[in-house]
Design a protein around this ligand. Structure first.
Ligand code: PGA
Length: 253
């Protein structure tokens, strides 16, 4: 079963990033519950599980509105790269690929140059890249948020051409997994920078921006009200299917 890559950019999107969580025996009950209780809303719902679950999960979600995403992809297409997964191995099972998550950038030392290679490969493969950008606490403290984001965006989008597929996730590092979610001012600054850079790079670009960083059922309503945001990328709180369902319900009422 080849999944459709097209998603409706007019609808909001909610993306669950499981990271290296959810034991093998637990993903199926999660997906069954999500399928059963997913509110019938005008929204795109994406689950990004660990790579090894993707193939079987794609069969379990083939007849549903649940779309799948990969959390990462190799910067290479094929060859002797132990432990890597090529973008050519993904198109039958996912529609989305997260690229440049701050955990990849910091823990696995991925530079903007590596991320630019990955994002281009994802676009070339006809998939939808979810490019993560976001400043560390130090940049925020020094009010260098805009400068930091501009630099990340320019370098990560070097040579990119598939603008109609692109999602940009603003994920400030200080907000991820900390409970310190970004406020409206932080997000407005980021949204302005992302919009400006994308239009500078491609005047026809229609930016599609989501927020990620300590999103919960309690704070999701605030993000829904921010003009310029089209959805959220949820880590910790997406691991509990009831909480993810609640977030979907609130965001897409
Ligand atoms: P969090 O993670 O929701 O647990 O803060 C978000 C992310 O890292 O994508």
């Amino acid at each position: 079963m080849i999944c459709s890559k097209i998603f409706n950019r007019k609808k909001p999107i909610l993306i669950a990033n499981w990271k290296m969580n959810v034991p093998a025996i637990e993903w199926l009950p999660y997906i069954i519950k999500l399928k059963e209780d997913m509110p019938k809303k005008e929204a795109t719902i994406v689950v990004c599980p660990p790579t090894v679950y993707l193939s079987e999960m794609s069969q379990n979600t083939a007849d549903t509105d649940i779309r799948l995403g990969a959390q990462n992809v190799s910067q290479y297409l094929d060859g002797s790269f132990t432990g890597e997964v090529s973008v050519h191995m993904l198109p039958e099972i996912v529609a989305f690929v997260i690229v440049g998550h701050s955990e990849r950038r910091t823990i696995f030392c991925e530079s903007n140059e590596i991320i630019a290679k990955k994002i281009k490969l994802v676009g070339d493969a006809g998939l939808n890249p979810i490019l993560c950008v976001g400043e560390p606490l130090e940049a925020r403290t020094k009010t260098l948020q805009a400068t930091y984001l501009r630099n990340q965006l320019y370098k990560s989008l070097d040579n990119f051409t598939f603008w109609e597929n692109l999602i940009v996730a603003y994920e400030p590092i200080w907000a991820i997994g900390t409970g310190n979610s970004a406020d409206i001012d932080d997000i407005n600054t980021a949204v302005d920078v992302i919009n400006d850079v994308m239009i500078e790079l491609n005047p026809k670009a229609e930016p599609f921006i989501v927020y990620g960083g300590s999103v919960t059922p309690k704070n999701i309503a605030m993000y829904k009200e921010i003009p310029g945001l089209k959805g959220a990328l949820i880590g910790g709180e997406s691991l509990d299917v009831q909480k993810f369902l609640k977030i979907i319900d609130i965001y897409c009422y």
